[in-house]
Design a protein. Structure first.
Lengths: 457, 457, 457
């Protein structure tokens, strides 16, 4: 941190960087092109940091919307997902997803590149990309990638075996997410077709949502969730945590969507921040009002999911929409998420403790379709491209998850044992309590009703 | 997010943007002016994100300093305020507040503009403003606006009817805040007079504080707060949440004050960050020491409010003060907030569960006056301008809140019913608990003393 | 915030700033050099904000890993440390640490400078430093400084007297940290020798860790921690808080390490963000797996400390390492922290409630040594320089802490009285509870076993 470091690096920059863009004499200072590269790269790095903080948002939301006896398990899962996500994305995900820029679809051959990459190579100048260095690109994309597995995490909370979940996540992040991602963002066939997905309503959210659906269905519901034909609500243990999670996710989404401009372009990034915020606000307000109409008082967890629904909905077309279109997309997403949560919970009887399938799959599909209905690309042909993308990525992801999830189920097992589930995964998997100082209602022993539940299993 | 998007937008920028500022051949890259616009706009967008996170800060602080039986209600209110705030600011607040840049004081005529605004218009270049695009301007200002209603939220916690509060907030944000704001920041009569309020000690904080005072007075105290001539403390339920809230508010204030420079000007923004931090530190330390002197041990909630007091105090003149002046302003605010909390609680007997009136109204007035006492503008005439601004905005806001609050009181009613208040607004308004897994002291039934309280009402 | 402010400041910037770097006609707009200065300064300011939020991270982590009866005390300590840290760093710390830029080692003579510093001086242009203004420099460095005292805070939690701790912190920050820091970052003898510590594995972390070790040893263990030859675990009260803390620390570390580049240099900053993230991920995963192997299920608090271990480990050489080297350094740190926690707890019998000594001292030393083992500087001579720096800073810090801590112990006393410790410092020092609404296990009276513990003391 000593100032000589700076002088050295500035000199390097002033005299060495991006000569192709330089228009002034090399001896007199940086060119405007050098500085624009520095600004663009700064924004992409900041956007990566914002996407990073979404992982805290997901961890908080999931902990808040589930029972306190599974909190340590959830926090451990979410901490490991970001660690595993970054490491596997470095190992192969990044190379699979962006084969054009790298070397080949499976590209394990690229590993040595990663290891030895020279710090003064062209990959660190505007010659790599006018918006960012190779490192900033990786940093931003790796933070993105890990979100897909985190989406699954919420839907399987409270009953999945830790080891099986981590193996699933690693494979999902290392193989499935980057292959479908490459079809569009890697310049693959869906990109050639005309499919549009600005920041990932499908590529990240509905893909994560399909994973959530398959895994939740393979696992089955939590014990006691559906009993004697009744649907029992299992209330979240900590609503302040849930709210903290949603506010952090909204905050992080500024980077998720804003960074997907891939430069600091003032016009586009500022538009994207406004459409993103308008959709979130419209989603939250709509769900709040719908819930106020249909439930016994407005439901906070629904309203929070409404904000997320608006965010997921605008993500595919955040750079394409006028402000009023963003409001409409967000409001529709907010209504959709309300009815979808009820439909999945009560009709499909798929137990999704946090509503991840409704938020990320249903609203991800809606947002992707909305690009064909609103904004600059709207049109019948575009609706077709969007449907093609949704279907293709969905089909691949479902098949992948069925194979991996089914194999795990048949071998290691997907689910913890019933007694462990009722006592909580914190004790069962970690021998810890999340809140040992606090008196927990009915904690520490199997209540009579739980024994009964267990008998029936 | 595919790289072609970037190439396209960069090309657009390189060849199309801000030709008036360009000094090099159009074929060779961006001009330094283009890049400066990009940097300035980036900072304003980031500042808007920081102000956004203040809403999480307010929600955490308010939840932490109040009883756990009202937490769901508080989180719902605060989630809706940001949603409603952004939407109403888009609908009319922005246009009312900045009539010079838009079209007329009431400017509902501007709504179509908002809906159809072309993404490639001059509003998205430095021709709109050298510091930001039209979208970035809206984004930053909308996040600001919503804070004013959030200030009110804390003072009315634990007894206000949800529907009445949301209607009040919407009207306050859509009409009252932008009208008084326009008098200064919209280039109105107070601006012409010489009134100075850099980032809103009065325009945001004392205006929010007046709303808090009027509404808390109209509502009356929480049941059991003042009984048999005694003032009963109702301790906050979660001090970690309160501390999280204050740290997030300080963090967000870097954008609140720093962004109010309206560009990334290195000299001014860095000065503002230092004066802001010094005032916060001096405020927190002073209140901590004062409380240590007068109370049974140093009071954490007082010290946290001392940090906020320092922040509110420096806000009007954060760009005008030397470092030592910021320390003095913060320290005075820290002492003021301590005695003001006690005076309002014990002498005025206005029940303000989080101390919002002391922090935002009292220290907002102090900070606004301080511009006449310290810094580059200090002088007798300036003190007069500052008093005029404080009085005019205060009078308008008080009258507005009395009319709206009084009308609501006479129609929908302002206050929940006594039994609901004692059981908690979470159950009464939302049929939910914030912490259902946790054993709550005296939860789930009316205790004898509560029955007694209820009888007396 | 009125737009004229901006116009004025922009005009100032366009026509007045950094003429030495200007290459275009002064009449036509900013030079590329002006804009680069603006970008660099923006990043340093943002990095300072990120380091600020680490203080919330530390407060959350420490509250989460300790008992709920001491939470108010911890939050008060941590709030005061950042306030005192900023104020003392302004008073003398900054001048002691960077004597070359200022005036002399003890430099209390610099106080008037601080008070009167002119806002339009050369200190606010690139003439001060091409990367930042004087104010941005102070802002970033002050946020850094306060972290050193916060490290100590965790190790002494649950038994230290508040007044003694705050006096210790003020002296540590005002004198000890800046003197050792000056030896390297201030251009002192260790810098001349060849010692390298990019962002402070030693200058911040091991120095804070030595303070933690000395103070924890002087204090002795919490009552009941070591009894009848047995080591009793005292579980942390709130694991979600602990996880929030670690995620915020990782987030803040992007500024801690990334800002230590001291400019927005795209190549260096983006490399640093990647090495920082890879080391954190490798650390967390390694500790998680090691704990899974040796404990009854993977230990969340260990895994969280593993993330921090990786972050501390990479800090000394984050700008020097290839990606694979960052992974190795982080993984070794993750293993080290696991065995170090056990060794210090069970063999040394030094009671460190949060593992601060293992994370910051042990991994700080490891990270500093790693600069001699990996990366561009690796070599036998460099290992020697690194050992010299570790030893010199360690020796000074240990002696300083022994003198200050010993004096406090002999005068004011370091430790609260036994009954107060068992009842909790929240009641004893603050007459408050952190969670008064919640039923706490065994709260509110001395349990029989606690009485027994107290008898033995």
């Amino acid at each position: 941190m000593f100032k000589r470091t700076l002088l050295f690096s500035l000199l390097l920059l002033l005299f060495g960087a991006a000569p192709a863009l330089a228009q002034e004499g090399a001896s007199s200072g940086p060119s405007a092109g050098d500085v624009m590269f520095t600004v663009n790269n700064l924004w992409i790095m900041l956007a990566g940091m914002l996407v990073f903080i979404m992982h805290l948002g997901f961890a908080s939301l999931e902990s808040g919307l589930t029972q306190s006896k599974n909190t340590v398990n959830i926090l451990f899962k979410n901490s490991m997902i970001i660690c595993i996500g970054i490491l596997t994305y470095a190992l192969c995900g990044f190379n699979i997803m962006y084969p054009g820029d790298f070397n080949g679809v499976l590209s394990l051959a690229a590993v040595p590149d990663f290891i030895t990459v020279a710090k003064d190579s062209a990959d660190l100048t505007a010659a790599y990309n006018p918006g960012y260095t190779w490192y900033a690109d990786f940093f931003f994309q790796a933070m993105f990638a890990a979100t897909a597995a985190t989406i699954v995490s919420g839907a399987v909370a409270g009953r999945i075996k830790l080891s099986s979940f981590l193996i699933f996540s690693a494979l999902f992040l290392a193989i499935s997410y980057p292959i479908t991602g490459a079809w569009k963002w890697g310049g693959g066939w869906l990109d050639g077709l005309g499919f549009y997905d600005f920041a990932g309503s499908t590529i990240v959210h509905s893909v994560g949502g399909w994973g959530a659906l398959v895994m939740a269905a393979l696992l089955g519901p939590r014990l006691g969730k559906y009993k004697d034909g009744k649907v029992n609500a299992i209330p979240g243990s900590n609503m302040t945590l849930a709210a903290i999670g949603v506010f952090l996710l909204w905050f992080g989404w500024f980077g998720f969507n804003g960074g997907s401009v891939l430069s600091a372009d003032p016009a586009l990034v500022s538009l994207v921040l406004v459409t993103t915020s308008m959709a979130a606000a419209a989603g939250g307000l709509t769900t709040g009002l719908v819930s106020w109409t249909f439930d016994e008082g407005p439901d906070l967890s629904m309203a929070l999911n409404g904000i997320l629904a608006g965010l997921v909905g605008i993500t595919a077309g955040a750079d394409q929409m006028a402000v009023w279109e963003a409001v409409v997309i967000g409001a529709v997403a907010g209504a959709l998420v309300y009815f979808s949560v009820i439909f999945i919970d009560q009709t499909l009887k798929v137990d999704d403790p946090v509503g991840a399938i409704s938020v990320h799959l249903v609203c991800g599909i809606w947002g992707t379709l909305a690009v064909g209905l609103f904004g600059d690309l709207a049109g019948v042909a575009q609706i077709g491209y969007q449907l093609a993308g949704i279907a293709a990525m969905g089909a691949f992801t479902v098949v992948f998850c069925l194979i991996v999830g089914g194999t795990l189920k048949a071998t290691l097992g997907l689910r913890v044992d019933g007694r462990e589930e009722i006592k909580g995964l914190d004790v069962g998997e970690h021998s810890m309590h999340a809140y040992p100082d606090f008196a927990i209602n009915g904690d520490g022993y199997l209540e009579e009703s739980e024994e009964a539940t267990l008998q029936e299993v």
